[in-house]
Ligand binder design. Structure first.
Ligand code: FAD
Length: 454
């Protein structure tokens, strides 16, 4: 993968901008386009912030110009929005400052030898899958159609040209650059098998057993994967298992585990396409609600997984059925083969890269309606994590790593990367951003000194 960055290693061009040009790129308060941009966030907490303007560059030169101008006004906070899917306020929007929106970086271009695909940092995964399916290719991406991958301009970054910056951008977050596009390896792909099975509460312990068993089996069935999710909605508990196989045949997780014995109420399993799965997932997660996402990592273990289920039920039962509350406890596994793959092709900044024990990646995700319920819900999540961490530590199962895309604003993601990786990330930042633009003037996500602010 190669990346392109804006305004980092060479002086940004001083563009003189005619008025017409500014009005094309900029949406001001009171305009319909401003309201549309403000509403185009996954969470209501982000939409509630009102920047001085939204700036929507059409190309790398305009993006570079914006960064150069912003640096002349160090008290003006800048936010960068890719797909706007981060859930907490200020992650990709700002109050009073300027929000740079990457929506025009929406290219999906297959190389002539079909080996790589240029993916613009502002495109949506659904668009990427739709375009690539026309030519029987895919790239590894998010499972929801509106989730976007960020990446940027002017400086080509790859593992040979700038190995440290390349490594840092793979997991180090918004601390180094604005990425305009990614060159990703293309994978031949056609039909696949997958969908969601729905279960009643009584079968949740069996599903937890399946989750753990299939996690240990993952390295032996690399074409298959699963995600187990517990739900609390309207005072009721249910669960789903998402099953995927990259080929159009049923996942061998079914034949190799007891899941076939567990009765389900309905399912959407079919021979299908990646775009259809992403679209159906997107429909289940609409924009505009209050949201909080949290994360933790543990060694994969049966009793611990059952304890997570127990604590999730206790903490959500204590909340009761709040207005519009849907609490999900999403459980995924990073299997050994995934952890080993993280060390290839330039590696990444995650402390788990190269690990040899499968991991639980826990992601409680709550949505609700009323701002007055924010604190109760945040407290329930904090309780869940404190209790599970205590149990995991007692049994030496706790892993001090937080998966950034799922982390809440109250979690110190980069500290969880460990002193060695954090020190290396800081050195990369001071080399490529010596004035600390991405540390101080774009404050809204996980910064290297542990701050999150806007
Ligand atoms: C319904 C749903 C499903 C999800 N599914 C998955 C999944 O399957 N797998 C997974 O890993 N994650 C998943 N996520 C999490 C998702 O990856 C994160 O929310 C991620 O931050 C979304 O990227 P974004 O560009 O939309 O975020 P934004 O909110 O736009 O940005 C997040 C942060 O990245 C910065 N940023 C964005 N673009 C750039 C750029 N080009 N250059 C520099 N910085 C940039 C922003 O400034 C901000 O600080 C999901 C989230 C949701 C809400």
């Amino acid at each position: 993968m190669e990346m392109h960055l804006a305004g980092i290693t060479r002086p940004c061009p001083r563009m003189s901008k005619p008025r017409r040009h500014i009005s094309n790129t900029t949406a001001w308060p009171g305009e319909d386009e401003f309201a549309a941009e403000q509403n185009d966030y996954f969470s209501r907490q982000q939409s509630e912030l009102s920047p001085a303007c939204f700036y929507r560059p059409f190309d790398e030169a305009q993006l570079s110009y914006a960064v150069a101008r912003a640096r002349e006004h160090p008290l003006c906070p800048i936010a960068v929005k890719g797909g706007g899917h981060a859930s907490f306020a200020g992650a990709s929007n700002t109050a009073k400052g300027i929000t740079i929106v990457l929506r025009h970086f929406d290219q999906v271009i297959v190389s002539s030898d079909r080996k790589t695909v240029l993916v613009g940092a502002g495109t949506r995964w659904l668009n990427v899958y739709n375009e690539l399916e026309k030519v029987n290719l895919t790239v590894p991406g998010g499972r929801t159609g509106s989730a976007v991958l960020g990446n940027g301009s002017i400086l080509d970054v790859n593992r040979e040209s700038q190995p440290d910056l390349y490594w840092a951008l793979r997991g180090g977050g918004s601390n180094f650059a604005i990425v305009t596009h990614f060159d990703m390896y293309a994978i031949p792909h056609d039909l696949m098998w997958g969908g969601t099975r729905n279960y009643t509460k009584q079968w949740i312990p069996s599903l937890i057993d399946f989750y753990v068993e299939s996690g240990f089996l993952s390295p032996y069935q690399p074409s298959a994967s699963q995600i187990t999710t517990l739900y609390y909605r309207d005072g009721e508990y249910t669960a789903t298992v998402d099953l995927f196989n990259v080929n159009p045949e049923p996942s061998n997780m079914l034949s190799n585990t007891n899941l076939t014995q567990v009765p389900y109420t309905s399912d959407t399993i079919a021979v299908t396409r990646q775009s259809q799965l992403a679209e159906s997932n997107y429909r289940g997660q609409p924009d505009g609600l209050r949201q909080t996402y949290w994360t933790a990592t543990y060694l994969l273990d049966g009793p611990l997984a059952h304890f997570i289920h127990q604590v999730f039920e206790e903490e959500t039962a204590a909340l009761g059925p709040l207005d519009g509350l849907e609490a999900r406890c999403i459980m995924q596994v990073f299997a050994n083969n995934t952890l080993h793959a993280m060390t290839r092709k330039g590696g990444n900044a995650l402390p788990i890269a190269g690990g040899d024990q499968p991991l639980i990646i826990l992601n409680p995700a709550f949505r609700w309606q009323q701002a007055g319920d924010d604190l109760k819900i945040l407290q329930a999540n904090q309780n869940l994590f404190t209790r599970v961490k205590h149990y995991a530590r007692e049994r030496a199962l706790n892993v001090e790593y937080l998966y950034m895309p799922y982390a809440s604003e109250f979690q110190n993601v980069l500290e969880s990367y460990g002193p060695k990786n954090l020190d290396r990330l800081r050195k990369v930042a001071s080399t490529y951003d010596p004035e600390g633009f991405f540390q101080t003037q774009t404050p809204g996500y996980f910064k290297l000194d542990g701050r999150v602010g806007w």
